[in-house]
Design a protein around this ligand. Structure first.
Ligand code: HEM
Length: 403
């Protein structure tokens, strides 16, 4: 029954403390549950695994709702600013045909082979970070271990030269934390991408930006705003998600000591730890909102036209119809492959193999090099690491005999 829900429950502190109890009720409700966000927008929340999959693949649910309405409800007399133009070209917010075209172009340059080639380099960065943490003795898993990894990996993948890395990291920190209030970081970043693209046009290298500008010669390429938007999206989509997986995997291991011992005894379990972390506590609670393009039936109910749909990956990944004992963190479970923490369908995470690789290599390095790792004394109960709330995970390294 959807009447059993308060109108803003999803955002209330009690639900934030235990969102899984809320999603269990949504799964049982038998219809999408309407919820109002703090800005007053109505979302129809869907949480059963099968229904979330239906929603992710539904041809009449998508992002570019203005294309389906008779008139643009918010026509602006002004041309869009540069930052507005760039953000409107982001892959993640587009539908076919633009999404299909851009995704195809980017996939050509962002192949599994490109990602696999980075393995040795990423393992080296992870090993350095772990060695540094070991020297510190007491450290924060978020700032000292997880946070420096993805931004450096994205810089390496894109082809940002060593001398430019510090600037690249500064812009990305501002852009990723959504604190670029006047747009200056986005504009400086855009000018930098223009410059790098020009350099790679003149002298191609073996990197993503060279691959993307090479498409121009074939007459089918990303335009300037699309290129900037793509590099920016890699940062926005690839930074916090990866940090979140690494930090929460460490938290879950250290609060399930027998599974931490299993990983130490057999570091090849790292992949299974990453997958179970993604299922049990993935970084994306609800996929970026979509809209219905007409009135339609979903999840046992009817959603009016032009309304927001909230497809919950946290709800889907704890669905007891798909996962046995779903609320138990178990790196040995047999059904983890059914998780949809990277989404599904046309917007399936472009960086899934990269994110998996980074998290696995970091966990392998930690298991190998920090056998005496534990939650820091006095750190209190660490129930979750929530990056948007200043999430931290204080850890310390002790000789294994004392741990
Ligand atoms: C490691 C954990 C990660 C998780 C759990 C994750 C999760 C997701 C999810 C759920 C989506 C789908 C969003 C939707 O359906 O609207 C997505 C899309 C995307 N992700 Fe990831 N992501 C991760 C890492 C990365 C990394 C490392 C990169 C790249 C460097 C990346 C780049 C992207 C891009 C470009 C999209 C948009 C794809 C499209 O719209 O076609 N992600 N990610």
């Amino acid at each position: 029954m959807t009447d059993d829900f308060g109108p803003t429950e999803l955002w209330e502190p009690e639900t934030r403390r235990d969102p899984h109890a809320f999603y269990a009720r949504v799964r049982a409700a038998g219809a999408p549950v309407p919820q109002y966000d703090p800005a007053g927008n109505r979302f129809w929340i869907v949480a059963r695994h099968a229904d979330v999959l239906d929603g992710l693949q539904h041809p009449d649910i998508g992002h570019e709702v203005h294309r389906h309405q008779d008139r643009d409800l918010s026509p602006s007399p002004y041309p869009p600013s540069e930052t507005e133009r760039i953000s409107s070209r982001q892959l993640i917010a587009l539908d076919p045909p633009d999404h299909t075209r851009l995704r195809r172009l980017v996939s050509t340059a962002f192949t599994a082979r490109t990602v696999a080639r980075l393995e040795g380099w990423i393992a080296g960065v992870a090993a350095d970070l772990v060695a540094q943490a070991c020297r510190l003795g007491r450290f924060d898993a978020v700032t000292d271990l997880a946070d420096p990894l993805p931004v450096n990996v994205i810089a390496q993948l894109v082809g940002v030269p060593d001398d430019d890395r510090a600037r690249f990291r500064d812009w990305s920190a501002t852009i990723v934390s959504a604190s670029d209030y006047d747009g200056s970081a986005t504009l400086a970043f855009a000018a930098y991408v223009d410059d790098l693209a020009a350099r790679r046009r003149a002298e191609p290298r073996d990197d993503l930006i060279s691959g993307l500008v090479a498409l121009e010669a074939q007459g089918d390429a990303l335009d300037r705003d699309e290129l900037v938007a793509m590099v920016q999206l890699l940062l926005i989509a690839g930074q916090e998600t990866t940090v979140d997986v690494i930090a929460n995997a460490l938290r879950l291991l250290l609060t399930h000591p027998e599974q931490w011992q299993d990983l130490r005894a057999d570091p090849s379990l790292a992949s299974a730890v990453v997958e179970e972390t993604l299922r049990f506590r993935g970084p994306v609670e609800i996929v970026p909102p979509r809209f219905t393009f007409r009135e339609l039936d979903l999840a046992g109910g009817t959603i009016p036209a032009f309304e927001r749909v909230g497809l919950s990956l946290w709800g889907a990944n704890r669905d007891p119809e798909v996962f046995s004992h779903p609320d138990v963190f178990d790196v040995h479970r047999g059904d983890v492959a059914n998780h949809i923490a990277f989404g599904y369908g046309s917007h399936f995470c472009l960086g899934a193999s990269l994110g998996r690789l980074e998290a696995r290599l970091m966990l392998e390095a930690v298991a190998r090099e920090l056998p005496g790792l534990r939650l820091a004394d006095g750190a209190g109960d660490v129930e979750d690491v929530r990056l948007h709330h200043g999430g931290a995970l204080p850890l310390e390294v002790r000789p294994p005999t004392q741990s």
